[in-house]
Each structure stands twice: as C-alpha cells, then as structure tokens.
Design a protein around this ligand. Sequence first.
Ligand SMILES: *[C@@H]1O[C@H](CO)[C@@H](O)[C@H](O)[C@H]1NC(C)=O
Ligand SMILES: *[C@@H]1O[C@H](CO)[C@@H](O)[C@H](O)[C@H]1NC(C)=O
Ligand SMILES: *[C@@H]1O[C@H](CO)[C@@H](O)[C@H](O)[C@H]1NC(C)=O
Ligand SMILES: *[C@@H]1O[C@H](CO)[C@@H](O)[C@H](O)[C@H]1NC(C)=O
Ligand SMILES: *[C@@H]1O[C@H](CO)[C@@H](O)[C@H](O)[C@H]1NC(C)=O
Length: 500
Amino acid sequence: MKSISFAAVIFCALTIAQTRSSEILVIFPTTAQSHYRVVQPLIHSLLDRGHRILSITNFPDAVERANLSHIDISGLKPHSQFKTSNNGIIKSMTRVIGNAKTYSTILDHPKIGKLLRSGRKFDLVIAEFFTSTPIFAPIATVVDAPIIGFCPMITFPWINEVMGMETTMSYMPSILNNSSDRMSFFQRIYNIVISVIIESVFNWISTPTILQINKYHYGIQTESTIKTMANLSMIMTNNYHSVFLPFPKLPGIVEVGGIHVVDEKPIPQDLNDFINDAQHGVILFSMGTVVSEASMGADKLNNILDAFSKLKQRVIMKFNVEKYKKKLPVNVKVVKWFPQRDLLAHPNVLLFISHAGIMSTIETIHCGKPMVAIPVFGDQIFNTNLLVEKQVAIAIEYKNLESDQLFNAINEALTEKYTINVKKLQQLYNDRPHSPLETAVYWTEYVIRNKNESKELFKSQKVHLNLYQSHLIDIFAAFLVPLIVTIYIIRWTMKRLRKH
Ligand SMILES: *[C@@H]1O[C@H](CO)[C@@H](O)[C@H](O)[C@H]1NC(C)=O
Ligand SMILES: *[C@@H]1O[C@H](CO)[C@@H](O)[C@H](O)[C@H]1NC(C)=O
Ligand SMILES: *[C@@H]1O[C@H](CO)[C@@H](O)[C@H](O)[C@H]1NC(C)=O
Ligand SMILES: *[C@@H]1O[C@H](CO)[C@@H](O)[C@H](O)[C@H]1NC(C)=O
Ligand SMILES: *[C@@H]1O[C@H](CO)[C@@H](O)[C@H](O)[C@H]1NC(C)=O
C-alpha cells in the first residue's frame, strides 16, 4: 500500500513536470499518408497532455481539435506513386534528387514564409526523418527550438551518421536491398555497392541544391547534407528489434515501432456482415497507398482474381481502379479503401496478401496474421525477406505472379505452422517495458524539458571528428611516419657504412 502511494506521489510529480504546455511545430512534408500516420498518435497524445501543436502536413485532421492547427500543403508536391515494375535503385535515387526541388516549393507557401519571418518561437520541432529532412531541419534554428526526427521506416541510410556511428556493412544491411543481417559474400558486396551509391547521391549529388535552398530560405549555411541535420537531438524510428534486426545503436535512436497501430474501432456494417457470414474465413488484399494500382496490368489482375475464384474463403480487395471491376468472382468484394488495422484484428480474417510496406507489416504482426507478400519497391523487399526468414510469410515476386503460384502460396500460408510462428512473433512484439506511444511521449517531453542539453546528450563525439580523426588515420600517421623514417635512415646509414 505504502509503495503504491509513494508511486502515486512520484507519478504526480512527474506529471506536473511534464504538463507545462509547450508550443510544438510538426513538419511532415510527405505525400505518403502512411508516413504521417506514425506521428498522428503522438500529436494526439501531446494535445491530450496540454501542448499546442502546429502541423505542416498534406493530411490535416478531419476533426478539429482545440490547440491543433495546420498549414495544409496538399497539392504543392504531387503524390508520386510507384509503379509495380521497374523500380531499380537508380530510378529511386533520381526521384530523391528531384524531390529536393519540389520540397522547396513547399517553403514558398505564403503561410510558411510568414511563419519563418514572424520571429515566432517554438519549444520543439518534430520533423519527418526522410529524404526531406536536410531541407526542413534548419527550420528548428529559425524558430529557436530543439528538434526530433521521426523516421517512418525501421532505419534510414544516414540515420547512424547523424547520431555519430558507423554503419558496419558486414552485418547491417541496407533496407534498399534484399539481404538480412546474415549476408553471403556476394550480398556483402551488394550491400557495400548499394550503400556507397546511396551515400554518394545523398551526400554529393543533391547537396548543392539542398545547401542553396537552406541558404536562400533560412540564411543558414552548412558544408554538407549531414551537417544540415546536425542539430537533431534524437531520432525515433518505426522499429522494434525483437521483430526486425538487433543492431548496435546510440541512445539518440529511439525505437517506437508500431506507434501507428491505434486502438481498434468498430468495422463498417457491410464489411462486418461480409466477414461474419464467411464460413471459411476471409483473406484481405491490399497493395497500400504508395504502389499505383493503375499500373497493375490486366494480366496480373486476372491471375490474382483467378486464384481468388478457386478459394473457399472470401476475399476483400482494396483496389481503386474502376475499369477492372467487371467480372469479379462471387467470393470477392472490392472496395476503394478499408480500415486495414480493424479488419486484420477480426478473428475471422485469416491472412493478409500485401505489398509488405512497413506499416502493413507491423499491423499484421500486431494482429498475429500470416502474410503472402508481393513486394514492389524500396524497403518492401527487405521487410518481406525478414518475414520469410521468420516463416510467417510467403513471398511472391510481382513480375512472376501466376494464378497457381498465388493459390498455392495462400494455402501454404494458411497452414498451422505459419499461424503458430506469427502468434509467437506477435507476443515478442508486444512484450516491452512501455508501449511505443508512451516511449515516444516520454522522450518528446524529455527533449522539451532539457532543451539546452539534449542536443549533445544522446550522440557520440564522432559527430565532431573529421574523417581522419574518426578512423584514427592521424594516430597511425603519427606512429608510422617516424617509424618508416627511422627504418629508412638506418638502412641508408648501413648502406653507406658497407660501401666504406
Ligand atoms: C489549450 O491550451 C491552453 C493553453 O496552453 C490550455 O489552457 C487549454 O487547456 C488547452 N485546451 C485543451 C482542450 O487542451
Ligand atoms: C545548429 O544550431 C546552431 C546553434 O544554435 C546554429 O548556429 C546552426 O545554424 C544550426 N544548424 C542548422 C543546420 O540549423
Ligand atoms: C541488390 O543489389 C544488387 C546489386 O546492386 C542488385 O542486382 C539486386 O537487384 C538488388 N536487389 C534488390 C531486391 O534490390
Ligand atoms: C535478392 O534479389 C535478387 C534479384 O532481385 C534475387 O536473384 C535473389 O534471389 C534475392 N535474394 C534473396 C535472398 O531473396
Ligand atoms: C538555455 O541556454 C540559454 C542560452 O545559453 C539560456 O539563456 C537559457 O536560460 C537556458 N535554458 C535553460 C532551461 O537552462
């Protein structure tokens, strides 16, 4: 009893310390709605705790809330969906470079220009940690606030460098290739090649554009892309090591994987009836919001529908293209959108056929359902590989998608082995000291409370060392050069002596 009241006193003290109302600026320039979904629960929780938030976003909340305002940037940067084919690394990288220019059109928005010139101060900036970060991070300096990055992926190419750590390529795979942390000789070669390409593009090719934008809009000059993010106190990632990969990481990288999975809501009536009336259960199909459904050829779609027509289960398909809606099998229901997280939680939903984007991957594990993964680009192939390795998913290569193969994959993934494995993974995922949202709220308020100190607190000193210092090249030089000189002098002297 005593300890409970003691805990209550401590809790009250903490609450009082934490609820000082702060002004928070959120910058999520992404046009992928799934990315914004990782920060939305944090925004709502911070509002509940009395903070005031201004969010720069393409996706303003539909329901108005006290103390939450938006700068709506939708329409400024077109939402570029990825096609289902030809998404090579070069193509992805070209888009990254192009992105820098389109992001600068966001800074031309009159409301943002006004905000930057107003002299208004904030207590914290939360910025998407993605390709846009080098362009938007310096806003924190303008509004005199500490800044936290929020990465919608499990990791990102420059994340370690910003916090001051090497990425060890022998066992830390790039998320843009299909290796896991156990790499063969050739996979390690791929990993190095891919990482070098990405680093070069980010650090060199797009740097002049980025630095120019920063100088023009904020009057801030930096010498490299990495330095534009040097003031980040912390980066939250949509990662949790028991599900994904255990890597060494600095305290500045905080895992809040699954933060986007909010409490279940009731399922709309028509879908609920369709699911409840399915005698043999239901399978969900969705390729997410970033893969273009329109780019899926009629042949592939016919293969998919053909496989579905042979199933005894019912299928709910998220598919937003009218022209294909003609001859649907009787067990298939097509909808433009469905509440994926709520449907996955329904006990009569057995399996998810998905592109294995990070949000869907985590939701599926959260709900403990096996997957048939059809990855298309970016981290989807990486996610799929991990799920296949853990034997909770079966992978199908999109370009070889055949009807029989899909039918067999579905039936295989419905076997007991996969269900048992995914239930175990679900339990490992949920077993943590604090929920992802609690963790995110705690560290967010920590940075607000310790504004002056937090910038250096969670990083290694590597961020202040230059290349030759951090690789000890100066030390080697200091010892090796005198040694070599000495050996040379001795040999020269011996030669001279021998001659005489
Ligand atoms: C909005 O913020 C003000 C000032 O911080 C605070 O007093 C008020 O309680 C907040 N309103 C809500 C509904 O949280
Ligand atoms: C980082 O913070 C320092 C000190 O506030 C400031 O001078 C510098 O311009 C900031 N850098 C960036 C890229 O915002
Ligand atoms: C991995 O990298 C290699 C070498 O660049 C490439 O050939 C291969 O297609 C990549 N795999 C994926 C899934 O991107
Ligand atoms: C990785 O991708 C390459 C080409 O995209 C493929 O040949 C290879 O089988 C894949 N490896 C794994 C482990 O998935
Ligand atoms: C943070 O540092 C600034 C400048 O050095 C100082 O004015 C301010 O009082 C400090 N804030 C806190 C909370 O210590």
